[in-house]
Every structure is written in structure tokens, then in C-alpha cells.
Design a protein around this ligand. Structure first.
Ligand code: 16G
Ligand code: MG
Length: 552
């Protein structure tokens, strides 16, 4: 395509998706995310970039997801998905940021510049899959995305309202048809189909109950479970809550992020003591479990991403042993947010290698690729399992040639693999994985919670002038700047039994995040507040200095 035909890029921008703000926007950990009304030109331009990316990848399909995940309703966002269903290659984040921020007048020239720089052959076909969450601003943004694709003569395909992991799955399937069929039915067929297969092999026994409450965060995940539920033939007794409608607001007082960060149950429905609840986030890529006890003031017990990782990894280990494939190397990948008790349990009890990496799915996913079977989870409930070709081939061979017992375990494992959305963390797929393990073990949610005891922890936010004044190393566990901050954190941590704390600049909000854990909740709260004060004092805090909790 000669550059002259890029006039249409400018024409679409001017007429339909003009840049009306000078607020600088950055492609962060999970794409662009901000107030929805600041995003239309950004999403249009990402449509352009997706076409260029598709051509650089020889016409393979690229994904675009319109969502702001667990953020509240007024926000929205967009992220690109690479051909194997993984996050956009990191080196393109700067290109995306550049394209998003140029003026409309410079858009055509910048597009030409980028095409040259990445050496895209504009004569190739280009295909872009577009999905969106349930926000009322999403259809408009999805249309802007499609216009961006059309402006550069790519072919958009819109999937309407889907979970983020579904879109990742579709992109992967479109580029690799051995993985599945690239549409919603294909997703159900593979993932839910595998769950049903497994359920036929397992008997519900012991303390496992098929009843599972769902907190759908008033987002897309609950809606999809509502569809799935109709085909489940009673294998699960799903009680669906917070499905949107009935005045419930997206992610407000509910959803995985709310439950994890506030350590309180979702609002919007009544909890029955000791019954499992699975809480999803707004776009269905995170899940945490919890239950409440029957105290007069019910206490909540959270089973977060660390719990899910350990549950899945220990079950896969058992199956690998049962099929005589223990030589396959399994590892768990976590971030600094992983509860120290989970890391100890993995090392001391499960005896599985564990790696700690920087926050953000792409870092976890990348590290997990280093194992035959990599289980990665963020404490916030985002994670999955990935299996190498070698692992899949080995297990598949055993399922055909092994001894009867080994065969049985291998067949189960093959279904377990099919049930896993390997492209990215997926609340629905994770739910079926967890339910499978609990069912196989005849375990109640309390028994699961008893595997180890979490250290009490607390997360806080601090507002500073420039969050990038804080730089970190050692997978974000140590601060390098500002000078003196790490020394101060070390002094504070040393005062507490089982104390651990860190501060890191957020990749999605203009704030610094502080995490602390210690032997008691009071101490964890105190340590988090003290570290917040240190950040405030040494890294240019803005507004009121964080206060220590009342009980201090
Ligand atoms: C994004 C990341 C998530 C991470 C979170 C951290 C993806 C798809 N999502 O939501 O993994 O935990 O950012 O946010 O990578 P923060 O930097 O604001 O703490
Ligand atoms: Mg999400």
C-alpha cells in the first residue's frame, strides 16, 4: 500500500475518532486503561497498530480486547493480543504509546514511520479479532477499533461481549487450529467438554459438595457461567449472584479484586456459612475463592491465587506420579505478593521449585515456559498452567501405551490439560480445574483452607509526586531508589515476627503500592502503615501523610 492511501487513516481520525485530549497515556502492564471518555482515539489507533502487527506476523490474527478488567464502570481500556494468544510483545508497548499520543495531524506520518520501522509488508492480508466486556462504553470503543482495522485495509471480526481469556483463546485457535475452534462454542466444547469428561470418571464423595456460589462482579464472567450452567447436567450446582442487572454495578463492592484487597465478602447476596464462593473479576480473567464461618460476626477465609496454584500443582504432581512421568519438571511461578506461607508450603511440603518474578502476567507466563509444566498465579487470582510439547507428548503416549493404572491417570491428565486455557489466566477454566481437584479429593473448602495457614497481610496505596521515583530490583522485593528507602523498610520489617514488606510503583494507576505481612493482622496493618509513611516521607508524598492504625 503506497503511503498516499494512508490519507484514510487521517480522515477516519478527523471525522470519527478525533483526539480531544492532551493527557499523556501509556501502554502499561495490561494495555491502555483510563476513563472511557479519553479512549476513543486511542482504541482507533490500536486498530491501526493491530493491522500492522498482523502483517509483521505474516497475516496471522491479532486480538484486541476492550476492557478495564476490575476497574469501576467509568473506566475502560484496550489491550492487544499476540498470535499465540499471549500479551503483546513488550518492545511494541513503546510503539503503541507513541501512536496513541501523537496529534491527529501527525498521525499519518507516524503511522508511515512505524510501518517502516517494523518493516511491515502492507500488501499482506491482516486479520484482527475484537472482543469487549459489558461496560456501556465498550460497543462504541469496539466500533472505533474496527474502524482502525478497516482504515489500514485489515479485516476485523467482532465477537461482541466475551471474557478476556475467551478472546485470547479465539486468537490462539485461529492461528493454530490444533488448539480448538475460534469461537464461543469452540471454547465451551473444549474447556467445559473436558470438565464433563472428567466428571464422568470421578465420583462425588467425601466432603465435596457440588454446590458453588458465584460472585460474577456484575461483569461478563457470570453471564457466561449462566450459559454454561444450562449444559452442566447437574455436575455442579451453581448459585449465580451479581450477574449485572438488578442495579448491581460492575466491580462495585464485589468481584475478585474487591474480595482480595478489602479481605471482605462480596455484597449483593447472602452468604451461607461454610459454602464455597468463587469470585470473578469484571472481565473474567481472575478468580479467588472464599467462605465465611458461622461466628456471630462471620469471619471470611480467602483462598487466593496462591491457594489455587498450590492446589493445582499438588494434584498434577500426583497424576504425574500415577502415570510414571515424574521426570517432567514442574514449577510454580509467583510474584512478591504471594503469601510467604504459600511459598514455604511449596518449598517444604510440596517440594516443587518456585520462582518469583515481577508483577504482570507476561512476566509470569514467560517464566512458566521454562518448565515442562509451569503453574503460574498472581495472589490476586490471575493464573493458569502451561504444558510444554514434551509434557503433552509424554502424557499422550502413556495414555496409549502405559499400564492400565498409568493410562487412567494419563487420560485424566489429558482432560485436565484440555480444560486449561493455556493462553492466559482464565477464571472459568480455573474454576473447572479447582472443582475437579476438590471433587477428586472429596475435599470441602475448609479442608482446602487447612493445607496451610496464610500469614496476615495488608495492601495500601500511597500517592507521591512521581511514582517512578521508586525503582525496584529482585522481582520488586527491594527498592533501589529513592536512597534510604530500602534501609528504612528493612529496619521496620525487622521489628516483626515473620515480617516482610515491599513498595512498588503501580503499573496501572498513578500510585505506589505497599504490601506487608506479619504474624498477626494488627502487626501486618501496622507494618504496612509504617512502610507507607516511609514511602511518603522519602519518595515525595502528596496530600495527607498516611496514618498508623488506631490500635497502634
Ligand atoms: C494488571 C495485570 C495484572 C497485575 C496488575 C497489577 C495483566 C493482564 N494484568 O492488571 O497481572 O497484577 O496489573 O497492577 O498483566 P498494579 O501494577 O497497578 O499493581
Ligand atoms: Mg481482569
Amino acid at each position: 500500500m503506497p503511503p498516499s492511501s494512508l490519507r484514510v487513516v487521517y480522515a477516519f481520525a478527523r471525522e470519527m475518532h478525533p483526539k480531544t485530549t492532551d493527557v499523556f497515556i501509556q501502554y502499561g502492564t495490561a494495555g491502555f486503561r483510563t476513563k472511557a471518555n479519553l479512549l476513543e482515539h486511542v482504541v482507533y489507533r490500536m486498530g491501526l497498530l493491530a493491522v500492522i502487527r498482523s502483517r509483521v506476523k505474516n497475516g496471522r490474527t491479532i486480538g484486541m480486547m476492550i476492557t478495564a478488567s476490575h476497574n469501576l464502570e467509568p473506566d475502560n481500556g484496550v489491550k492487544l493480543v499476540d498470535p499465540d494468544g499471549e500479551m503483546l510483545e513488550e518492545s511494541w508497548e513503546e510503539i503503541a504509546t507513541r501512536l496513541a499520543n501523537v496529534s491527529d495531524n501527525d498521525l499519518e506520518a507516524t503511522t508511515v514511520e512505524i510501518i517502516k520501522e517494523v518493516n511491515a509488508d502492507m500488501a499482506l492480508k491482516a486479520s484482527v479479532f475484537i472482543g469487549m466486556d459489558t461496560r456501556y462504553t465498550s460497543p462504541r470503543l469496539a466500533a472505533a477499533a474496527a474502524n482502525g482495522v478497516i482504515a489500514l485495509k485489515g479485516t476485523p471480526k467482532e465477537f461482541g461481549i466475551v471474557t478476556t481469556p475467551m478472546l485470547h483463546f479465539f486468537v490462539k485457535c485461529r492461528n493454530d487450529n490444533t488448539y480448538g475452534t475460534p469461537n464461543e462454542e469452540g471454547y465451551y466444547e473444549k474447556i467445559v467438554g473436558a470438565f464433563k469428561n472428567i466428571r464422568k470418571r470421578l465420583t462425588v464423595h467425601g466432603n465435596y459438595s457440588t454446590r458453588l456460589h458465584i460472585d460474577g462482579a456484575n461483569g461478563v464472567g457470570g453471564k457466561k457461567l449462566n450459559i454454561i450452567n444450562k449444559s452442566l447436567d447437574g455436575q455442579l450446582d451453581l448459585q449465580l449472584h451479581n450477574l449485572g442487572g438488578n442495579g448491581g454495578k460492575l466491580n462495585l463492592g464485589c468481584g475478585a479484586d474487591h474480595v482480595k484487597v478489602t479481605q471482605t465478602p462480596a455484597t449483593g447476596f447472602t452468604h451461607t456459612p461454610f459454602e464455597r464462593v468463587a469470585s470473578l473479576d469484571g472481565d473474567g480473567d481472575r478468580i479467588v475463592y472464599y467462605y465465611v464461618n458461622d461466628d456471630p460476626e462471620p469471619k471470611m477465609f480467602l483462598l487466593d491465587g496462591d491457594r489455587i496454584a498450590t492446589l493445582l500443582a499438588s494434584y498434577i504432581t500426583e497424576l504425574l506420579q500415577a502415570c510414571g512421568a515424574q521426570h517432567l519438571q514442574m514449577g510454580i511461578v509467583q510474584t512478591a505478593y504471594a503469601n510467604g506461607a504459600s511459598t514455604n508450603y511449596i518449598t517444604d511440603t510440596l517440594k516443587i521449585p518456585v520462582k518469583c518474578v515481577k508483577t504482570g502476567v507476561k512476566h509470569l507466563h514467560h517464566a512458566a515456559l521454562g518448565f515442562d509444566i509451569g503453574v503460574y498465579f498472581e495472589a490476586n487470582g490471575h493464573g493458569t498452567v502451561i504444558y510444554s510439547k514434551n509434557a503433552k507428548n509424554t502424557i499422550s503416549r502413556i495414555s496409549q501405551e502405559g499400564e492400565p493404572e498409568a493410562r487412567k491417570a494419563a487420560e485424566l491428565l489429558l482432560d485436565f490439560i484440555d480444560m486449561t486455557n493455556e493462553t492466559v489466566g482464565d477464571a472459568l477454566s480455573d474454576l473447572f480445574l479447582v472443582e475437579t481437584v476438590l471433587c477428586a479429593r472429596g475435599a470441602s473448602v475448609q479442608q482446602w483452607a487447612d493445607y496451610y495457614t496464610d500469614l496476615p497481610c495488608r495492601q495500601l496505596k500511597v500517592i507521591v509526586q512521581d511514582r517512578n521515583a521508586i525503582t525496584t530490583t529482585d522481582a520488586e522485593r527491594q527498592c533501589m531508589t529513592p536512597e534510604g528507602l530500602q534501609t528504612r523498610i528493612n529496619e521496620l520489617v525487622a521489628k516483626y515476627n515473620h515480617g516482610r514488606a515491599f513498595a512498588r510503583p503501580s503499573g496501572t494507576e498513578d500510585i505506589v503500592r505497599v504490601y506487608a505481612e506479619a504474624d498477626t493482622q494488627t502487626n501486618a496493618d501496622l507494618l504496612a502503615a509504617e512502610v507507607s509513611q516511609a514511602v511518603f516521607d522519602l519518595a515525595g508524598g502528596v496530600g495527607a501523610r498516611p496514618e498508623l492504625p488506631a490500635q497502634a
